[in-house]
Design a protein around this ligand. Structure first.
Ligand code: NPW
Ligand code: K
Length: 493
């Protein structure tokens, strides 16, 4: 698990650790890690041109001490101080002693091999002020690699919100722990590759992170265990209510995602025309024209993709919500939820909602642009308000549960932003719910596998939703299964 903590937790941990160490120790650890990354990126230090952008806080101090280390190894280091009177005194003295120079001329940026962004870190507030914004823009237009110290300046470390101009880094070297703003967009897309330098904060951070990102090993651990005794019934049945005469393809994609999840089989409740189309593609589907409540027992329902928003669809949703099993509501189901159910599910069994930003905005009565800009806040808010686990789709998919846990998905590709991929995701998560995964795990594991399948399918070229289904087995295989290879459960005869 890649854990990220709100700035208030980082500050508390830092204070507790600093109380046990000689003054300046943490900044030296940070600067050493930063300088090592810069040296590696430069592919050698001697004769390289490095420019430091230095704010008046400790973020600037880190940059100055790292610059001093590089200067001692022969780099030509120029520091631009945003506020010369308030720059970190110890860092300044170290840089001077190592042969670094202070300059007021931003033209040095144009000729630099590497720019170190030490304007603001966890102490930054709002978008960059004009002087800092000009330097950031100049660095973005130059050839140099940009390395952000702790957090790209202008990105809110705790939330990923970017309120105005901000640095766009190639690499961010962060200290002690990841920050949510490095994992959640729009901040994440400013951070580039994130490297963590251990400065010893670990034991002083709370057990529960503010935001966590699953890694392959976590997904492997969370996947359901299969054994020789596992049959289709024990693996669970996922029910799908999707598709309509107008949008039959949504059912094909949702069923496809569900078939390649962990459930033993997929039951579809839909109109005849939808069933015919689904059976052509997926003959293994168990289909029924009956209402969901009469279609047979399932361990989880997926309801919504392409089902329409008329009163027939409303009644189907009502039946599914009245069941006592986990339910995932997506697409038209979300519209119906807002229109007829006051935006609330009010169920005792787990409910998962999978809106994109527009659907999330509608359910919250907010603006879509606001949801995009403050993804963490709005995902949490919708989970609190609905009592459901909410997965907000889009760049850096987020999952929040009503108890306050938040996960951010580290996989995915912009190529996934194409019609029907959401239907595949719904089916996949529904299948994981049917196999018994708790809502937060089902949603975040589903997002992980879906994002990975999308990446494998795209390989830097456009994809369609059915390509994602085709690559789900490869995505599963690539994370492995912590419970051992299933094919070895029984000896071959
Ligand atoms: N925590 C740890 O364990 C460790 C932390 N360490 C390091 O300390 C960093 C935190 O240092 P910090 O607290 O001094 O704050 P920091 O990020 O330098 O920013 C404050 C400065 O920014 C300015 N400023 C604010 N907003 C601005 C804006 N929009 N645009 C422009 N300027 C703006 C603000 O100006 P003021 O408001 O005072 O005028 C003030 O000058 C942390 O990120 C890490 O790098 C490591 O050394 C060791 C371990
Ligand atoms: K920075």
């Amino acid at each position: 698990m890649r854990n990220a903590y709100h700035v208030e937790h980082v500050r508390a941990a830092e204070a507790a650790l600093m109380a046990r160490l000689p003054e300046g120790t943490l900044m030296q650890r940070a600067a050493a890690g930063l300088a090592a990354t810069c040296a590696r990126l430069l592919g050698g230090v001697y004769g390289r041109r490095v420019v430091l952008l230095v704010g008046s806080g400790d973020n600037g101090g880190d940059a100055l001490y790292a610059g001093a280390r590089l200067a001692r190894r022969g780099a030509r280091v120029d520091a631009i101080l945003l506020n010369p009177e308030r720059a970190h005194a110890g860092g300044l003295a170290a840089l001077r002693a190592a042969g670094g120079r202070m300059t007021g001329d931003p033209a040095v940026i144009d000729a630099a091999d590497l720019v170190v962004d030490g304007i603001t870190g966890i102490g930054g507030q709002g978008g960059l002020r004009p002087g800092a914004a000009e330097l950031a823009a100049r660095a973005a237009g130059a050839q140099a690699l940009v390395v952000a110290v702790d957090v790209p300046s202008g990105v809110d470390a705790s939330t990923g919100v970017v309120e105005g101009p901000a640095v766009r880094a190639d690499v961010t070297v962060t200290f002690g722990t990841y920050k949510p703003g490095l994992l959640v967009d729009p901040g994440a897309s400013h951070a580039g590759v994130v490297e963590l330098v251990d400065i010893g904060l670990g034991p002083y951070l709370p057990a529960e992170p503010t935001v966590a990102a699953l890694q392959a090993g976590d997904v492997a651990r969370l996947l359901p265990e299969l054994s020789a005794e596992t049959d289709k019934y024990r693996r669970g049945v996922v029910g799908v209510v999707a598709g309509s005469d107008r949008f039959p393809g949504a059912a094909v994609l949702t069923v496809g995602g569900a078939l390649y999840g962990a459930a033993g089989y997929v039951r579809l409740a839909a109109p005849r025309r939808v069933i015919d189309l689904v059976l052509q593609r997926w003959p293994e589907t168990v289909c029924s024209e009956a209402r969901p409540g009469e279609a047979g027992r399932v361990q989880a329902w997926v309801v919504g993709p392409g089902m329409g928003t008329d009163e027939v669809a409303r009644d189907r949703l009502a039946e599914v919500l009245a069941s006592d099993v986990p339910v995932l509501v997506d697409a038209d189901g979300l519209t119906l939820l807002g229109k007829y159910f006051g935006g609330r599910a009010d169920r005792s069994a787990p409910t998962v909602l999978t809106p994109h930003a527009g659907e999330c905005a509608r359910l919250l009565g907010a603006e879509r642009a606001d949801v995009e800009a403050r993804r963490l806040e709005h995902t949490r808010q919708l989970a609190e308000r609905t009592g459901a686990t909410v997965l907000l789709k889009g760049s850096t998919t987020l999952v929040a549960d009503p108890a306050g846990a938040v996960r951010v998905n580290p996989t995915g590709t912009p190529w996934l932003g194409t019609a029907g991929t959401g239907d595949v995701l719904s089916g996949l998560i529904g299948s994981l719910l049917a196999a018994g995964l708790p809502a937060l795990d089902a949603a975040s594991v589903g997002a992980y596998l879906h994002g990975l399948a999308g990446r494998l399918a795209a390989d830097d070229a456009p994809i369609a939703a059915h390509d994602v289904i085709d690559h789900l087995p490869a995505a599963w295989r690539s994370v492995g299964n912590d419970h051992g290879p299933v094919r070895d459960a029984r000896p071959c005869l």
